[in-house]
Design a protein around this ligand. Structure first.
Ligand code: ATP
Length: 237
């Protein structure tokens, strides 16, 4: 398994954000992670990315326990956080070079050229990040996340706030990356899941309330599209 989560709990003060969730993602799959605001998606993703400790439970990335061997687990993981924090004063190439240095990538120049090509940044690569449109900033965030060529990619609402063209283009980038990598993708856009995801999980109030391969949606929930199912399941709670 690329991602294996067992009975994961996260408590912030008195609030239980994750109430013991368990799920798995097989290698090479794109998993859509759906849930209403405050359901626990970002919390789960931060824990899997190694940037937030869980309260209890286990999470393995490519078989590596994120609590016992965080550094090793993070080598297998690329993470694009929800607010995509970037150095706006840096040039695209400069930022990528900086991140490549953090990862100790040997052949920086070639790898940076590769990720620029993969993420469609070629035309904008000589600009400052602050001068880029939101869609291109998302590409820089994705480029940073894949520099060290991780097997697992965790993307927290990568298409939120994009115009329809950029949204379509970023989806294509994610789909392309999903050919080789395992992707965990959170989104509020149901068509996005239908367009690019192999599997879907719906989380609500810190609990997983549904999970299935997209190909089984119709068999499991006849005459129901994903949006209707989402509203039905998350309203019932
Ligand atoms: N640092 C924090 N301190 C206290 N509570 C927090 C903290 N971060 C998140 N929470 C709470 O934990 C719950 C889950 O939040 P989380 O950000 O994981 O949800 P989400 O599904 O990503 O939501 P959204 O779709 O709005 O991004 C929410 O009730 C939120 O208010």
């Amino acid at each position: 398994m690329s991602i294996q989560v067992t009975q994961l709990v996260k408590t912030y003060g008195r609030q239980q954000a994750l109430k013991g969730i368990s799920f798995e993602v097989q290698p090479g799959r794109i998993l859509g992670f759906l849930g209403p605001n405050g359901a626990g998606k970002s919390t789960t993703m931060k824990i899997l990315a190694g940037s937030l400790p869980p309260t209890s439970g286990q999470a393995l990335i490519c078989g590596v326990d994120i609590r016992l061997n965080s550094l090793d687990a993070r080598r297998h993981t690329g993470y694009l956080p929800e607010n995509n924090p970037l150095y706006h004063e840096m040039y695209v190439q400069e930022a990528l070079s900086f991140v490549a240095g953090l990862h100790g990538i040997a052949d920086k120049t070639n790898r940076i050229a590769e990720v620029i090509e993969l993420t469609g940044l070629t035309a904008e690569q000589h600009k400052k990040i602050g001068q880029l449109s939101k869609g291109y900033r998302q590409r820089v965030g994705i480029a940073q996340a894949i520099l060290h060529n991780p097997e697992v990619l965790i993307l927290d609402e990568p298409t939120s706030g994009l115009d329809p063209n950029q949204l379509q283009e970023i989806r294509q980038v994610i789909k392309l990356l999903g050919r080789e990598k395992t992707v965990l993708l959170s989104t509020h856009i149901m068509q996005e899941v239908e367009a690019i995801c192999d599997d879907v999980i719906i989380i609500n109030q810190g609990e997983i309330i549904a999970g299935f391969p997209m190909a089984e949606l119709n068999a499991r929930y006849p005459d129901t599209d994903l949006e209707t199912l989402f509203i039905r399941l998350t309203h019932a709670n």
